[in-house]
Design a protein around this ligand. Structure first.
Ligand code: 0A1
Ligand code: ZN
Length: 870
């Protein structure tokens, strides 16, 4: 079955705008059902032509239209555009529109939720507020005046600086804002509501005082301190590392409960999903604290990479997102454990980005064709985009990269530019030829780097042969060889690194792969070395080399690169798991024994490098394992992973107990040492429970009762999933009773339920969705139930009777009319059917076809479903 698609926009069709807008004056009269917006724009014709002025507009009512104050009669309007025929070259256009924020459940444009008004304009939401040239290459200065009832909405916020305010006799008040910087419409923001306000300040490197304001729900002030502290760290870091200083006198952050994504970098007025702002020890986990710092950093860094220099068109999204993710990753690494951060980055690539490449939604980091832009806020554009920036950082070195960034801002500050412009600046600043490297922007797919080696005992000559190839993807059949910075080292049998200055690649610990095949030879070795490959994951590729398990153990112990030590541990587990999955009846005892010996050694790292130890002692996720095989055998793979974990749990139970008991932690503080200890302790706990250790049940209850923080409480619940059902259920009930009034914690409870491995999970899910606190209007809730189930409940979602797929499809059809953007995100697991067995493929496609049959399907879903069915 195929679906007819709405027309796709192509990158190659880019045209400069027919008109430009220099200044916009907006007046908002806020009302929950009838908000009036009067937009006065100064417009000039761009070049000589007689084409009409075509403005974007969606789901808004046109009230009036004047040009140089005269009513316009010569216009046409449809569901998407307003077209005005005029011969004027410079003119003032005034558009009055009416919108209904309460009805707007899409959370794009201006919406009203939880008692506050809020906007979300990226990518194309501004057109739901007024008719406009809603494209990122139209940059204007904005003045915004907001009128609203003072008692209900004491805070009226928009971008830039407040330049006036006043009071009306009828209980309304107004505030006027002016943003001195040119910006595209997607960075416009307005917020109105009754909040608690946390204020602080930051003195910039040049001595300017910047007021920091954090707006949170009433009563949540105590949960804002970590976000403010993170913001100050991010501001100082960007000055230190990139010489970039904040440019306005005020920086505002508003936390809202209803938000489609993580956060949004609107100029001077960031809007955040409250999940990435609010935290205290009782209600937030260490991961939450970490994520808040990272997302606060990410949005702050956008002020330069995104706002001061923005994207020419949406195909260039990775220009700002890949670069800003890279910047936030570097920031996080500097704030905590570099290796732990790198592992996290790589897990996202291996679990989600590789899966996207293998699916019908495969696309390059700079897509060629888009139907609905919201579908392209992807792990490919963001995280693979960041890997591409990181490779440039590797190729140019930190100093070269900084020179490139400096030149980029020197050339393009205040402009809307392309990915090519960025790479050109990097190239011109360093004189490193990046012409071949640019292929990363246009080629999709996961390259495979295959390494083989030979050793000639008589001459001591060792030769590495490295080949690369990229399998075809759904969007692109032909692939070329990429420019890949491939870091590696050779270890001798004592674990020392082999140096040979006459071999440039060995000296640099890197070979720049540019062709399909490369060879590197070293002479004079007395024994065959062990190659440690793709150090620090120097490129987003898959590597194949026929390691023996002794070699993997050798790398675990000796590689100079901590990431590679972890990576070798994961390869060892993967090997055990795949071996057990394929031959469950004749387990490879020797392999398992050598794995257990290696694991045993990892415990010794717990004191000296607890972050690395915790990562090494964790087995690869089902998602990572799935990307290592051509066909996913769901039950076999799932149970093999569980069995290997079980083997580690039971064979090493004393070590787990000792590790658990060794983590002595005082009252809760979010700092690197304590985070590592809690991680090790909760990891040990889950192994103890899984291994059915005699103390397990007591430890669970004791930790649950004594925990003074969410990390340890949740650690208990997660571990308890491996234990007796009754105890888990009991703990969950207690947890719900305590936390039912805290939406962010309740999301965790919902997610735990949705992830439960139970044969009756499909019967339980409807109960969860009929819970009084569940609502399809709230994206966080939807993600915590439907998202967790579809992405992570392996056995439930992939139930062989198709009930998991049907369940997801039912709710996607419901969400389609409420919030298409969220619906199109959580459909992802259903679109990744390609690697499953025939029965499941058929069942998944059946549900996709069912969705496709919906007569009122959103563009977002049409794009994903039609690609998946073709
Ligand atoms: N630019 C934001 C992400 C974002 C994108 C789209 C949104 O709504 C449709 C919201 C936020 C970021 O990278 O943080
Ligand atoms: Zn971003």
């Amino acid at each position: 079955m195929t679906v007819s698609s709405p027309v796709a926009k192509k990158r190659s069709d880019y045209q400069t705008p027919d008109f430009l807008i220099s200044h916009v004056d907006m007046v908002f009269h806020l009302d929950v059902e009838n908000t009036r917006v009067i937009t006065t724009s100064q417009i000039t014709r761009n070049g000589q032509h007689d084409r009409p002025l075509v403005l974007d507009g969606e789901s808004i009512k046109l009230i009036s239209l004047t040009l140089n104050e005269d009513p316009i009669h010569d216009y046409t309007v449809n569901d998407e555009q307003l077209s005005i025929q005029t011969s004027a070259n410079t003119f003032t256009l005034c558009v009055e529109t009416e919108i209904n924020p309460r009805e707007n459940k899409t959370l794009e444009g201006l919406y009203f939720s939880a008692g506050a008004y809020c906007t979300q304009c990226e990518a194309e939401g501004f057109r739901k507020i007024t008719y406009f040239l809603d494209r990122p290459d139209v940059l204007a200065k904005y003045d915004v005046t907001i009128f609203a009832d003072k008692a209900r909405y004491p805070h009226l916020l928009s971008n830039g600086n407040q330049i006036g305010k006043g009071q009306l006799d009828d209980g309304r008040h107004w505030v006027k804002w002016q943003d001195p910087f040119n910006k595209p419409s997607y960075l416009f923001a307005l917020v109105a509501g009754d909040f608690d306000l946390l204020s602080d300040h930051f003195i910039t490197q040049s001595g300017r005082n910047v007021v920091l304001e954090l707006y949170v729900d009433k009563g949540a002030l105590d949960k804002g301190h970590h976000a403010i502290a993170s913001l100050k760290k991010a501001m100082a870091w960007d000055e230190k590392v990139f010489g970039l200083e904040y440019d306005l006198d005020i920086y505002m952050v508003v936390a809202v409960d209803f938000f489609n994504m993580g956060a949004m970098e609107n100029k001077g007025l960031n809007v955040f999903n409250s999940k990435f702002v609010l935290a205290d020890a009782q209600s937030a986990t260490d991961d939450d604290f970490f994520n808040i710092e990272a997302v606060i950093g990410h949005e702050y860094f956008h002020n330069w990479t995104g706002n001061r220099v923005t994207c020419r068109d949406w195909f260039q999204l990775s220009l700002k997102e890949g670069l800003t993710v890279f910047r936030d990753q570097q920031f996080s690494a500097d704030m905590s454990s570099p290796v732990f951060n790198r592992i996290k980055n790589v897990q996202i690539i291996r679990e989600h980005q590789f899966a996207e490449d293998a699916s019908a939604m495969a696309h390059p980091i700079r897509p060629e064709e888009v139907i609905e832009m919201n579908n392209f806020y992807t792990v490919t554009v963001y995280d693979k985009g960041a890997e591409v920036i990181r490779m440039m950082h590797t190729l140019l070195g930190a100093d070269g990269f900084r020179k490139g960034i400096d030149l980029y801002f020197e050339r393009f500050d205040g402009q809307a530019v392309t990915c090519d412009d960025f790479v050109q600046a990097m190239q011109d600043a360093t004189h490193v030829d990046l012409s071949h490297f640019r292929l990363w922007y246009s080629q999709s797919g996961t390259p495979k780097v295959t390494v083989t080696d030979t050793f000639e005992q008589s001459s001591g000559r060792y030769t590495l042969t490295i080949t690369q190839s990229t399998p075809p993807t759904a969007d692109q059949a032909q692939k070329g060889a990429l420019h890949i910075p491939f870091k590696f080292e050779l270890l001798d049998q004592q674990g020392a690194i082999i140096y040979d200055d006459s071999v440039p690649e060995l000296k640099a610990k890197m070979v720049e792969l540019t062709q399909a095949k490369h060879e590197i030879s070293v002479s004079g070795l007395s024994e065959k070395p062990t190659p440690s490959l793709l150090l620090n994951f120097s490129a987003p590729v898959k590597v194949e080399y026929p390691y023996s398990h002794q070699q993997l153990s050798h790398i675990i112990l000796h590689s100079s690169d901590e990431f590679s030590r972890w990576d070798a541990s994961q390869s060892l587990y993967s090997r055990c798991i795949h071996s057990l999955a394929t031959t469950p009846d004749s387990p490879d005892e020797e392999l398992f024994d050598s794995m257990l010996v290696a694991v045993s050694g990892m415990f010794d790292l717990a004191d000296s490098n607890p972050a690395l130890a915790a990562a090494m002692l964790s087995v690869p996720s089902f998602e990572t394992l799935s990307q290592q095989v051509d066909e996913i055998h769901v039950e076999a793979l799932y149970h093999a992973q569980r069995s290997i974990r079980n083997l580690m749990a039971t064979s090493l139970s004393e070590k787990w107990l000792a590790l658990y008991n060794k983590q002595i932690i005082g009252s809760y503080q979010y700092n690197a040492d304590d985070v590592d200890k809690r991680r090790l302790r909760n990891l040990s706990l889950s192994y103890l429970v899984q291994g059915d250790a005699p103390q397990a049940s007591k430890l669970l209850s004791a930790q649950f009762a004594s925990a003074d923080n969410m990390t340890d409480s949740l650690g208990v619940l997660k571990a308890a999933q491996y234990g007796p059902v009754a105890q888990f259920d009991n703990l969950m009930v207690q947890f719900e009773e305590r936390w039912r009034r805290d939406p962010l914690v309740l999301d965790k409870w919902f997610a735990l339920h949705a992830n439960m491995e139970r044969s009756d999970i499909l019967a339980r899910l409807p109960l969860l969705l009929s819970h009084e606190k569940f609502s399809l209007d709230n994206p966080n809730r939807v993600r915590s139930v439907l998202g967790s189930f579809a992405f992570y409940n392996v056995l439930g979602f992939h139930a062989i009777d198709g009930s998991g797929y049907r369940f997801l499809a039912d709710y996607i059809l419901k969400l389609n009319s409420v919030n298409p953007q969220v619906a199109a995100r959580i459909i992802t697991p259903l679109t990744q059917w390609q690697k499953f067995d025939d029965t499941r493929q058929e069942l998944m496609r059946y549900q996709l076809a069912r969705i496709a049959d919906c007569k009122t399907l959103s563009k977002d879903l049409i794009e994903k479903v039609s690609k998946s069915l073709n």
